[in-house]
Design a binder for this molecule. Structure first.
Ligand code: GLY
Length: 305
């Protein structure tokens, strides 16, 4: 049994492993892990206390995929619900749909019994204020001239230290089933309604028991354009090792002309439970835990520049 996560998944990885040890499924484990990150007030890139959009509203995206059945669920631009990963799972399990966004996703969450909560914290609002003031964008934002200033703003907002983040979990349970969960509040100060790769199946997340699973963090616009998570799994299907598959999926991003030179990171697990992680930024790390380990271990990601 195995759980692999982006480094900010450290707060949830022990519980995710506990779920697997107690006989839970890979889906249960990734949902549990993501929920703990979504509730972490110190993580401003996921869930409660996520940095809001340009207008000061927290909008959350999440997706989940079952590698056994290839079932998937996703929600995007969800306001006032702390656990989009659980709403995504309900979409997968209870609706004949894969993807709900905005008011429809919120309506479904209410019908499914999820509690509403104000997600904006003073810390996250302060970060938004500083980001906007940092480029003198505040006045433009108020006048909704965002599009005119998007290039300058996006350079700021793609600084991974300040503006990006997402959590990835991949689990492999005792039956060898794979699942992947991804949750995010998206780009800091994003344009309202913007969706990144996290809720897009194949871009930010993919799992297929036969070959492997993959999930992304970073500049979602790039992962959407190259179907990065699906590519990594497809390379494994074509016979590549987990290291080779992830590296090739990352190298594919080089085809993109991207004026914002965005940070991108990827975690991958193959069907046997071998894992590897990648980033185009130095210093990026990931975390993993097997059922034989007492504590999770953090490792550097393979650098693919
Ligand atoms: N990877 C998260 C996002 O772009 O929203």
């Amino acid at each position: 049994m195995l759980v692999v996560a982006s480094a900010n998944g450290r707060v949830g990885i022990r519980e995710a492993m506990r779920v697997l040890r107690e006989g839970g499924s890979a889906l249960d484990a990734v949902e549990t892990g993501c929920r703990l990150v979504e509730s972490n007030p110190d993580d401003h890139s996921v869930g409660y206390s996520g940095i809001p959009n340009l207008l000061g509203v927290v909008e959350l995206d999440a997706s989940i995929m079952d590698g056994k059945t290839l079932a998937a669920g996703a929600v995007g631009a969800v306001k006032n619900f702390e656990h989009p990963i659980s709403i995504a799972r309900k979409v997968m399990e209870e609706l004949p749909h894969v993807f709900l966004v905005g008011e429809g996703a919120e309506r479904f969450a209410r019908e499914a019994g999820f509690e509403e909560k104000d997600l904006l914290t003073p810390e996250a609002e302060e970060i938004r204020r500083r980001l906007l003031e940092g480029k003198g964008l505040g006045i433009y934002a108020e006048r909704l001239k965002y599009l005119e200033r998007i290039r300058e703003f996006a350079n700021l907002a793609t600084d991974p230290e300040r503006a990006l983040g997402t959590v990835n979990f991949i689990a492999r349970d005792r039956e060898g089933n794979l699942a992947v969960g991804v949750s995010t509040s998206g780009w800091a100060c994003k344009y309202p309604g913007r969706l990144g790769d996290s809720p897009v199946i194949g871009a930010g997340n993919y799992a297929d028991n036969r070959y492997g699973a993959a999930a992304c963090t970073g500049r979602g616009e790039m992962a959407i354009r190259k179907c990065t998570a699906y590519s990594a799994v497809m390379y494994m299907r074509m016979g590549a090792s987990v290291e080779e598959a992830g590296r090739r999926a990352m190298e594919d991003l080089k085809d993109l002309v991207d004026p914002y030179a965005g940070a991108m990171s990827l975690i991958c697990v193959d069907a046997q439970g071998n894992h590897a992680a990648f980033s185009n930024r130095e210093g990026s790390r990931y975390v993993f835990m097997t059922d034989e380990m007492d504590e999770p271990e953090e490792r550097p990601r393979i650098l693919v520049t």
